[in-house]
Design a protein around this ligand. Sequence first.
Ligand code: MG
Length: 312
Amino acid sequence: MFDQFGEKTRLAMAYALEAARQDGRKSPEAIHFLVGLARANPDLFKKLGLDPEEISKIHAARRGKKLPNSALAGMIPFSENVRLVLKRASEETKKSAHRHVGTGHLLLALFLEDSKTHSIFEKKGITGEKIRMAVADEGQERMFPPQFMNSMRSYTGRSGIGYDLHRLEPGRKLRIGGIEVAFDKGSVGHSDGDVLAHAICDALLGAGGLGDIGTHFPDTDPKWKGADSLEFLRHVRTLYDKEGLHIFHIDAIVIAERPRLGPHFPAMREALAGALGIEIGDINLKAKTNEGVDAIGRGEAIAAYAVASIAG
Ligand code: MG
């Protein structure tokens, strides 16, 4: 989650943690985020007509008072309130089509989700609209390539289809969607035989009008022997960046009689999204069997289809 945070926002998080520690707490509450933001981006507060020093004073005044209990157990050491704030910050970032969660997004989320922040700001006549305007003013890299923002009409939605099939044999590793799946058979191929990565690769190359996987990564080239197919996707990503193409969404089906793939989908989506530099939510995976029919149904092969929707 935090890899989506802009540099200043990360700094604000670090300051928030520091403020929380000063209060003898392991995890920061909303007030600590506010303190962190005021330190990391005082200009934003000044722009809104709020003296950043005032935030420190509010914090100091509240020190010693009982703060809500943090959910320290489990993976996320944040209270429910803070989790809502972070979720909202990332939603607001998406809404403004910005690439990174900026300090403004986090501030807006605190205003919208945390009642204490809301009342501090309300007393100063600061509205959500005012913060939104400051966020827009701050400006940052957009999720879409500049060509897309500048001239929407010159961009068209495009799609591409990809298909792949590999034979399955005992004694080989089964790589699907960039991860290894434990099974008694694995796919036969020049590279790691990742049927899903290959189908996605072809769908993206097709949508971008960039040829096919065989042209870019020929199976006669020893360079690709046993290659990690995520490398193919990373390469496609660099081609997309060069061409100013933007991936909107990928939908794919993996067809295998066995093993059950559904439980592996979260890890696959993470690996694929990571290689392509897109959001996990922009990749959808589905699993099918072939009802015992033909080579796939007999467990002799695995296949995948993918459709990519892009702007180009
Ligand atoms: Mg293949």
